[in-house]
Write a protein that binds this ligand. Sequence first.
Ligand SMILES: Nc1ncnc2c1ncn2[C@@H]1O[C@H](COP(=O)(O)OP(=O)(O)O)[C@@H](O)[C@H]1O
Ligand SMILES: CC(C)(COP(=O)(O)O)[C@@H](O)C(=O)NCCC(=O)O
Ligand SMILES: [K+]
Length: 259
Amino acid sequence: MLLAIDCGNTNTVFSIHDGEKFLCTLRTSTEHQRTADQYYVWLSTLLEHHRIPLDIDAVIISTTVPRVVFNLRVLADRYFNCRPLVVGKPECLLPRAPRVDEGTVVGPDRLVNAVGGFDRYGGNLIVVDFGTATTFDVVADDGAYVGGVIAPGVNLSLQALHEAAAALPHVDVTKPQKVIGTNTVACMQAGVFWGYVGLVREITARIKGEYDRPMKVISTGGLAPLFAQGDTLYDEFDEFLTIHGLRIIYDYNREQGNV
Ligand SMILES: Nc1ncnc2c1ncn2[C@@H]1O[C@H](COP(=O)(O)OP(=O)(O)O)[C@@H](O)[C@H]1O
Ligand SMILES: CC(C)(COP(=O)(O)O)[C@@H](O)C(=O)NCCC(=O)O
Ligand SMILES: [K+]
């Protein structure tokens, strides 16, 4: 079975694929100090709880935090006796090379989103990923990642307000019914929520304006459903797009005789 690991700056997702489908998806906070032994204790306990056998023989990793790779490699080697594929490393093949400025190191999560998006929806896409940062990934007609946009994440914006302004509390994002807030929390929530709706609408509209043919907008990430505004912001929400992309990249490497 394949273990696909999607490690973002806030959370790390582990998902087990049995060759036909993903059996379960587990989430832990991202901490580069976590050792292989700690990962294994956590993973084996939860898999036992879900009654999933721990017969993993392949591992693929995408991470936006380079320092976690060492311990994840040890996990794969020590407990599953395999060498993991790490997206972005030269030994991990991608179906299409990104077309970006020379020397640019694109976030592996964005390359994976492009692959997952192209497999599910075809080319000419904008993938909006609501993570620590909110990224917009443009996927060309042939499936290549060709650029995009990086904006501050939703929770990061709220946290920045709290940290920089003495009188502003920590608040969680929710969808306010109105824009005129009549207390501090409501004012902050309106600023971030409606500000984000505007950000997504403006950036996708401008990308579509710069691109030479119609595009589909696909959203992913835990907060994406909160920002769905009827059908006006995205065409589809796909919670597991990144994990799906990892599986496609693993299969591609196997087909190429690379693993
Ligand atoms: N279902 C959810 N509901 C509310 N907040 C969420 C949910 N999923 C993720 N978040 C929050 O959204 C932010 C981004 O999380 P995540 O998508 O895991 O980021 P990353 O991929 O960068 O690690 C974090 O602050 C996280 O706590
Ligand atoms: C933009 C990101 C920080 C998003 O990471 P995330 O929010 O998923 O943790 C990550 O994709 C990254 O570090 N990118 C490198 C620069 C680039 O993609 O151009
Ligand atoms: K991400």
